[in-house]
Design a protein around this ligand. Structure first.
Ligand code: GTP
Ligand code: MG
Length: 370
């Protein structure tokens, strides 16, 4: 039996992922955009949306391998990808730093912490969690608009001494539109003026009913400063991830999404990518966006050389032909000939669409969107 993620199906149907999630919900199924559904469910959905069912034979499948689907039995559990969102100064970065501090592997020899847009921690229960450090909601929205929804769970950070602010509400709306489950982290709980109750009540106005108000959105009181509640937050992520049953096929040619990229004076073009399926290995030939390359080196989020990176792992790739854009798809191909074909195909498609290219550097992305 074949499986397809809700998002992939939405893309093929040219519908919004969130609309499919809603339709599935009405059919009694609680799934998110990044979860896979079986073929029967997919067919039901296609009919539900009034599309004609068109079965494509293997030979007709698009030249780009992102169009093919992994068989259910090849799928294995993968770590959740978590994005932290919230209003300015509510403590997103502090919380990420504090969570990073809980990484049981952080103290290992050679582990020099460097800043890349994504990193993975291992909890004391040996669970891996990938965090995306997107500095702005624009980045999240832009990635989503480009069909690169890599986030499985959003953590909404709200400062308990401040309340719901414009960017908090924006984050809520983005999360809803993306059809991604949310965990509310009520931060700065150490402050004397903190009022968690007020925040829970205000969230109700935005149809977010947290567990403390008998709803089903997990809420956790935390302090990035005193580290209070961090374990509970990690548990909340683990709970949510378990419900999602996130899976990917690790034994295939890798596909990954560019999180950020830049031109390094010494190392050349660099991209931080998140592997979405398969395993990315040193020496792999790939196409990223419309450019091709060969993996010269892979660095993990601690700057260490690694040989390979499996699903949900963020990794820095060296060996690119140029600087790609955030949201670009990296696809490993068999050989250089194939790389040229795919690259030519993508160039043609890009010209057709006349899409405005987005700089991968988030800072630039901000100014570009202003
Ligand atoms: P932007 O990236 O500018 O949107 O801000 P941010 O959400 O990343 O907030 P940041 O982590 O930079 O924290 C903002 C301020 O709040 C800093 O001065 C932090 O020290 C402080 N802060 C963050 N978390 C806590 C907390 O739990 N308790 C207290 N008392 N202060 C905190
Ligand atoms: Mg910050």
């Amino acid at each position: 039996p074949e499986a397809i993620t809700v998002q992939e199906l939405a893309q093929r149907m040219a519908e919004k992922g969130a609309d499919l999630v809603k339709a599935l919900f009405n059919m009694g199924m609680m799934v998110t955009v990044n979860q896979t559904i079986d073929q029967d469910t997919a067919e039901l959905l296609v009919e539900e949306f009034g599309h004609n069912l068109q079965r494509v034979s293997e030979a007709d499948v698009d030249i780009v391998s992102t169009e093919d689907v992994d068989a259910e039995e090849t799928l294995e559990p993968r770590p959740p990808v978590v994005t932290i969102m919230g209003h300015v100064d509510h403590g997103k970065t502090s919380l990420l730093d504090a969570l990073r501090g809980t990484d049981v592997t952080a103290g290992e020899a050679g582990g020099i912490t460097q800043h890349i847009g994504a990193y993975q921690i291992t909890t004391k229960d040996k669970q891996k969690i990938t965090f995306l450090d997107t500095p702005g909601h624009e980045a999240f929205t832009e990635m989503r608009a480009r069909g690169a929804n890599v986030t499985d769970i959003v953590i909404l950070v709200v400062a308990a001494d401040d309340g719901l602010m414009p960017q908090t509400i924006e984050a809520i709306n983005h999360t809803k539109a993306a059809g991604v489950p949310m965990i509310v982290a009520i931060n700065k709980i150490d402050k004397p003026e903190a009022n968690a109750k007020k925040i829970r009540e205000r969230l109700l106005e935005h149809e977010i009913v947290v567990e403390a108000m008998s709803g089903d959105v997990q809420d956790v009181e935390v302090s990035a400063k005193t580290k209070q509640g961090l374990d509970t937050l990690l548990e909340a992520i683990a709970n949510q991830a378990e419900l999602l049953e996130l899976k990917a096929n690790p034994d295939r040619a890798a596909e990954a999404t560019v999180i950020e990229a830049q031109l390094d004076k010494g190392k050349g073009p660099l991209a931080t990518v998140l592997v979405t399926r398969g395993t990315l290995k040193r020496g792999d030939i790939f196409v990223v966006g419309t450019q091709s390359g060969r993996v010269r080196a892979l660095l993990d989020d601690k700057g260490r050389q690694i040989k390979e990176a499996g699903p949900s792992m963020p990794v820095e790739v060296l060996g690119l032909g140029g600087v790609p854009n955030a949201g670009d798809q990296l696809t490993v191909v068999e050989n250089e000939q194939r790389a040229r074909e795919v690259s030519a195909y993508r160039t043609e498609k890009a010209n057709d669409k006349r899409t405005t290219s987005v700089p991968a550097n988030f800072e630039n992305m901000f100014s570009a969107l202003k």
